[in-house]
Design a protein around this ligand. Sequence first.
Ligand SMILES: *Cc1c(COP(=O)(O)O)cnc(C)c1O
Ligand SMILES: [Zn+2]
Length: 562
Amino acid sequence: MSSHLIVECLECGHQTQFHPRTYTCPKCDSPWREARYDYETIANGLTRKLATRPFDLWRYSELLPLRKSGEHIILGEGGTPLIPAVNLGMMLGCHNLFIKDERHAPTRSFKDRQAAITISALKEADITEAVIASTGNVAISYSAYAARAGIKLWVFLTSLVPAAKMREVALYGSQVIKVTGSYDQAKKIAAEFARQRNLYLDQGAKSILCIESMKTISFELAEQLTELLGPPQDAGSLGRTAWRSPDWYIQSVSGGMGPLGVLKGFEELQKMGMIQQVPKIAAIQTEGCAPMVHAWKLNQDSAMPIQSPRTLIATLATGDPGKTYTLLRQKMQAASGGIMESVTDEEAFRAMHFLAKMEGVSMEPAAGVAFAGLIKLVRAGVIKSQDVVVINCSGHTMPIERNILGESWSRDLIVPSQAMEDSGIEEGLLAALSKVAIDRFPRIAIVDDHPDVRRLIRRILQAQGNYTLFEAENGREAIELARKEHPDLIILDLMMPEMDGFSVLDALKSSSETADIPVIVVTAKELTTAEKERLKGHIQSLMQKGDFMSDELLDEVRALLR
Ligand SMILES: *Cc1c(COP(=O)(O)O)cnc(C)c1O
Ligand SMILES: [Zn+2]
């Protein structure tokens, strides 16, 4: 069909034309094949052409397996923002963290790239009925695009998929078949159903269309990083337009299609001389379903399937990754390396809650897995502070799952009936409202010469508690503030110009008015033994900037205010 690409068998090298309904190599029957383009020709003048195109998924049409642009099913896919994670970066001591915010996709997950390309290709090939199995998001994405394209979709969902997601699939008019069993079982049943009726079956990571769609993430990242950080330093050697690639691409992984496609995208950019190196991949799985991570850590080239995944995160419940693992591992090793790592559901929930509080980014638990992985890898020293890191925020959470927020996320507002009768509804409400929060909050002074650090600490405190906060930007102000406001706690930086934290402490401790105020020192400095000795007995706690996460600081604060 499309003449600008050929399909090459990864087993035997046999080459064919591309057609969506050809699933395997006609020569050796292998399902593992890859699209190849004429990279030399495409690279010529590509950036000039791109300059005039909108920033969406279709701008890379030369490198996509579609021909007729009139058949594209468009809902606003691709072109998602890349946003610096400044607060998270400060807390981890990493200053080049970027969130690829796939929540902006039409159905709020990065599966929309896959759905846009696949459903458009089906329309181009006059295919009017299709079958998929899904852990949730693929079903939602495909259903939306299929609705638009007039394609009938049979969706096989594992019964673990949250009911709200199932209803959304049904809303788009797809036929939902709920399979009481694992995702891998649902996949097998879907395949059998498609075979019996001779219907198109989405092949996931084995599908040329799906892998090709994921490449658009790489292309966008290279363009966006170049815009944000400027071209790479020794761009001269690249000859062509020099784009930037990140040092790391982090994604939560179920079947592994995302990283496989992203790697292919970067490989193509490298073939075209547009980037210097393919990034390292960090593929993060949830501990209750981490067949790839187990195999990776044992240095095995095939993964043992997990029969019954034990995770609350249904999106990531692929127990049997099949050969996708083998391919992904090969590709990661052939490129700059990378890592597969797992995190617990709890770590993912915590990361998810943390990103919402600290960056204003609310995501679904599956995406939280990637962020929990980031935190783990930074702490383990695998990801270095200067590395340029992109984390795929792969999907939005709707609705918020209850077990993430705990019990105390809301306050009950009960209007006393007596007050209402006496003074009218409004006053009764106001009176009740005053009971929602106590009058006097604990008072905390934040002393730091960097406004960003003061803002970060303020945010950490405000996101989880009610405090009256004061700020001072130098030692002199800090002492005045302590005398005037007499805070319940001081959070003090050591390294400040003119009057440093040590002198502030000396001054506070030498006055009876301020000597009893507890002090937490937060410092970026490696302290000498003499300096530690000097602080001893004068402070309640010492925290290192860059490696404290909000919970630790908050725990200290709460303990001291008790
Ligand atoms: C599908 C999905 C993943 C996992 O993607 P794969 O690359 O297929 O392993 C992660 N997060 C979300 C939100 C998803 O929908
Ligand atoms: Zn073959």
